[in-house]
Design a binder for this molecule. Structure first.
Ligand code: GLN
Length: 544
């Protein structure tokens, strides 16, 4: 019998529900169970693909081409497993399928109502995902905060499933306990209120994970126990820590995994968290640093800098750096700065390596191209991801091949030299305004050029006859084959292409320690225990 654990957040957003869910999953997995994790986002958007990354954070692309929430990335990194589209839903997606079923007479003449039909659809989706993953445990993270209007129907789904299968459902509240400066004491009231709100939705948490700056002490544990109607040992301390990968170990200090199993009348089948322990030891013991600059534009909102837009890139840098026993110091460089103050380009010299990540639209593009040129000319290790690869091709065309007006038709639709242009099937979609979920998405194979930098990065030792890899994509534009010959003549190396040779996937240049652009997003496949080969190779060269 599959067990369902729901995780919801109290008091405010951004308290690490995703990392908590992923960590719980890791613990249960280490005890010998098959675990999968699901993310529910309460907004109307059918997927995360149509949202501005500043507003929503990174769009994480699954193997099967869904544009999902960044938490799915956390689940993949912690569980070290691919998570598929079935494990992601939004309000929009749920309503869409209910309406579609209604139109297809699937409700057989009944009146289709918000309750129970929407929660029913949610439950159906949970069951389907459980089946697909053959999971013993399904962890479902309900987005948003308890008490807001938007996620009520998802709480309702949890309530209904619990009513139906009381022995198979457990509810966890991840809450926040503020320590106001002027008072200097950790306050439990907001969490008490969150639990009351849950109670009024017919739900009682089995565990409360108490997120706070510091660990929870005994008096507050007792208080929460009494006021939230929960035994003190199920009130779990979850203080801020330096590395999210340490969270499973922290939970284990409180024996959270065993407590959960006990509630389900289960016993651990094994205990296999050793590799994870070793990883944390490495992370904590490395002293030497490596300085990586990320040139992008999705950083600022008002007076605040948010790094959520590039979370998988950051994690991939970390994984590879730890592999080489380095702590990465990542600096955010706004490309627009280089447009107004080209002198600032010199600043790039202090970095061991520069990454230009994915992006859309014209803002900051010229600054990114200038940064790429600087890396190329000054032999600074450079890795371009998706848009970063496209701009590297444009930079090469402009400054090496002399095609001064080279550009992408995304930026200048009628450019004289469209080095990057719209893929033909994408053109039709755009003409019909079909934007949502319509890019080239998900995993596609790519053939590597033997003995190229890419070839050597992926296949360091073995000699493979067919150096075939698979990577995840999310793009609408592509390298224009009309310019292939001209650019190759000037020294551009096309070291990765689709098996039918129609699409350019990787470019590089000679006589440079590391200069590579990839049309795909390797960052989505990097895991703490198995860093991505390209990031490894990039970091290795940055070390030199
Ligand atoms: N804007 C570019 C395209 O659509 C690159 C996309 C990206 O970086 N993910 O092709």
């Amino acid at each position: 019998m599959t067990k369902y654990i729901f995780i919801a957040g109290g008091v405010m957003s951004g308290i690490g529900k995703g990392a908590a869910t992923a960590s719980l999953g890791k613990i249960l997995q280490s005890k010998g169970f098959k675990v999968t994790a699901i993310k529910i986002d309460p907004y109307i958007n059918v997927d995360a693909g149509t949202m501005n990354p500043i507003e929503h954070g990174e769009v994480f692309v699954t193997e099967d081409g869904d544009e999902t929430d960044q938490d799915i990335g956390n689940y993949e990194r912690f569980l070290d497993e691919n998570i598929f589209s079935a494990n992601y839903m939004t309000t929009g997606r749920v309503y869409q399928s209910v309406i579609e079923k209604e139109r297809n007479l699937k409700y057989q003449g009944r009146c289709v109502e918000v309750v129970p039909h929407i929660p029913e659809e949610v439950i159906n989706r949970l069951k389907k995902a459980a089946k697909k993953a053959k999971a013993d445990f399904v962890l479902t993270e309900i987005g948003g905060t308890v008490g807001e209007y938007q996620n009520v129907l998802f709480l309702e789904a949890a309530r209904m499933l619990r009513l139906r299968e009381p022995k198979n459902v457990l509810f966890i509240l991840v809450s926040y306990l503020p320590i106001p400066n002027k008072i200097g004491e950790m306050k439990t009231k907001p969490t008490q209120t969150a639990v009351r709100t849950l109670n009024s939705a017919g739900l009682q948490p089995d565990f409360i994970l108490c997120r706070a700056k510091v660990a929870l002490d005994e008096p507050r544990k007792r208080k929460l126990s009494i006021f939230c109607n929960i035994s003190p040992e199920n009130v779990i301390s979850a203080p801020d820590i330096d590395f999210i990968y340490e969270i499973p170990l922290n939970f284990e200090k409180d024996k959270l995994g065993d407590k959960i199993l006990k509630k389900f009348n289960l016993r651990p089948r094994k205990n296999k968290l050793k590799e994870w322990h070793n990883l944390i030891n490495t992370i904590k013991s490395v002293k030497k640093k490596i300085k990586i600059g990320v040139v992008g534009k999705y950083f600022t909102t008002g007076n605040f800098t948010l790094l959520d837009s590039y979370i998988s890139v950051i994690e991939a840098i970390k994984h590879a750096s730890w592999f080489y026993e380095r702590t990465p110091e990542i600096e955010w460089i706004s490309s627009e700065d280089f447009e107004s103050f080209p002198k600032k380009l010199k600043k790039l010299k202090k970095f061991d390596g520069i990454i230009v990540p994915g992006g859309f639209g014209s803002r900051g593009v010229e600054g990114k191209i200038k940064a790429i040129q600087y890396c190329r000319e000054n032999k600074i290790p450079f890795l371009g991801l998706c848009f970063g690869m496209q701009l590297a091709a444009i930079e090469f065309a402009r400054n090496v091949a002399g095609l001064k007006e080279a550009n992408s038709s995304e930026i200048v639709p009628k450019t004289k030299y469209p080095i990057i242009h719209l893929m033909p099937e994408q053109l039709k979609k755009i003409q019909k305004s079909h934007y949502g979920g319509s890019m080239r998405l998900g995993a596609y194979p790519c053939l590597l050029l033997k003995n190229s930098l890419a070839g050597k990065s992926y296949f360091s030792k073995q000699k493979t006859e067919k150096p075939l890899i698979s990577e995840r994509h999310r793009h609408r534009y592509e390298f224009n084959n009309e310019f292939k010959e001209i650019l190759e003549k000037k020294g551009l190396i096309i070291s990765g292409f689709s098996p039918d040779k129609q699409l350019v996937e990787i470019i590089e240049i000679k006589n440079h320690p590391f200069f590579m652009g990839v049309q795909f997003h390797p960052e989505f496949k990097s895991r703490p225990l198995s860093p991505h080969p390209l990031f490894k190779s990039f970091i290795k060269s940055a070390l030199n």
